[in-house]
Design a protein around this ligand. Structure first.
Ligand SMILES: *Cc1c(COP(=O)(O)O)cnc(C)c1O
Length: 386
């Protein structure tokens, strides 16, 4: 059963069959009228996903290029920036900023916890020359959803720094109001909650950020957002776009709109609650608190068995792929991705497979207790809807 794969990692994520079919449409020229129509249809439909009235620009690249684009467009060599590091993706932002020789300060937060807005405020009061604050919205490596609205507010109240947010592993799976919350640059990728294969970056900037980008002499070429903004006005792209992925995007947006964004977000919250209830019932320690936990990914830090043994057991038995830990959490945790094309039915199946895996590696659990807890969460939710 080679095609029966249960991909429960925080990206790449499974692709809906109708999106797969959309992507095999015949190729078109990217300077053609057909392409311009496609692109013109897509941009306004991405705006509600970001919660912005700005153009959402599309780059053909992996998510990291979006982070790099934000950095090189908004900041120049020698300028002071703060990077909030809540895990491996905060580290990545730091690495990018250091590569471009920005004057980088880090705000390190214990992995598994969310950053406290007051800590950001305190830093900015002491460092009023900070030009930008880089923050990870969902820190995929620890399954934490940082309180991005409060952080942006804290930055606005204390400084002129731009708020630059990596939303790669949650945009499309959780409420985001870029404009209302005061986020200046927001980035996501195609392969997480957007239900697409890897290969696209989506990025939007506020008026404040655009003013900074226009004035910024930092060299950049492929990642120059001014080029993308100019082309977008003509419904095109400065370089050859990933046409097939854009066909897929149109169908992915159809699916999201049909469900309704509110319901998409509600489904993600429900999946989070189901998994957390199952973990509690099985006495599996969760890495994050309920409040800090992301609706798109959940991390478990077992004490009584080896996370890696469980991962290889379920992979071998069921072709169920779970993610491990990154960097300092390597071997310490396992992570379940529940975003994009993922439903409560998938979660029930995942938990049941997990229980069998736990049993087979000799963990002391009672079969079915996790599944029953998740079932109860599901029933309660549906009861509320009646
Ligand atoms: C997946 C991810 C990225 C992007 O990674 P790529 O491999 O470059 O696509 C960036 N930030 C976060 C938080 C992620 O989860």
């Amino acid at each position: 059963m080679k095609e029966q794969q249960f991909l429960r990692i925080p990206g790449p994520t499974p692709i809906p069959p109708s999106v797969e079919r959309a992507m095999i449409q015949p190729m078109i020229g990217h300077r053609s009228g057909d392409f311009k129509q496609l692109y013109g249809r897509l941009i306004p439909r991405l705006q509600p996903v970001f919660g912005t009235r700005q153009d959402v620009l599309v780059l053909a690249a992996s998510g990291t290029a979006g982070l790099e684009a934000a950095a090189v467009n908004a900041v120049k060599e020698g300028e002071k920036v703060l990077v909030i590091v809540t895990g491996a993706f905060g580290e990545r932002f730091t690495d990018i900023c250091e590569t471009y020789r920005f004057n980088v300060d880090r705000l390190d937060v214990t992995w598994g916890e969310a950053v406290k807005p007051d800590a950001v405020k305190a830093y900015l009061k002491k460092n009023p020359d900070t030009r930008a604050v880089f923050v990870t919205y969902c820190e995929t490596s620890t399954a934490v959803l940082n309180p991005i609205e409060e952080i942006a507010q804290a930055v606005r109240e204390t400084s002129d720094a731009l708020v630059i947010a990596d939303g790669v592993s949650c945009i499309g799976g959780t409420e985001t109001e870029m404009d209302a919350w005061g986020i200046d640059i927001l980035i996501t990728g195609s392969q997480k909650a957007m239900m697409l294969p890897p290969g696209l970056v989506f990025i939007a900037a506020s008026d404040r950020a655009w003013a900074r980008i226009e004035a910024n002499s930092q060299p950049r070429f492929y990642l120059d957002l001014l080029k993308y903004r100019k082309s977008a006005q003509d419904h095109s792209s400065p370089f050859t776009p990933a046409v097939s992925l854009l066909y897929g995007l149109e169908e992915a947006l159809n699916i999201m709109e049909e469900e309704g964004l509110e319901n998409v977000y509600k489904r993600h919250r429900l999946m989070k609650t189901m998994i957390r209830a199952a973990a509690d019932a099985l006495q599996l320690p969760l890495l994050t608190s309920e409040e800090a936990g992301s609706p798109t990914v959940t991390a478990i830090r077992p004490t009584a068995f080896d996370a890696e043994a469980l991962r290889s057991e379920v992979k071998k038995t069921f072709s169920l792929t779970l993610a491990g830990g990154q960097k300092q959490l390597k071997g310490q945790i396992f992570r379940i991705g529940h975003m994009g094309y993922c439903s409560p039915a998938d979660i029930l199946q995942t938990i049941t497979m997990l229980e069998i895996g736990l049993d087979r590696i000799g963990a002391d659990i009672r079969l079915g207790t996790g599944t029953a807890a998740a079932q109860r969460v599901f029933l309660l939710e549906k009861g509320d809807n009646r």
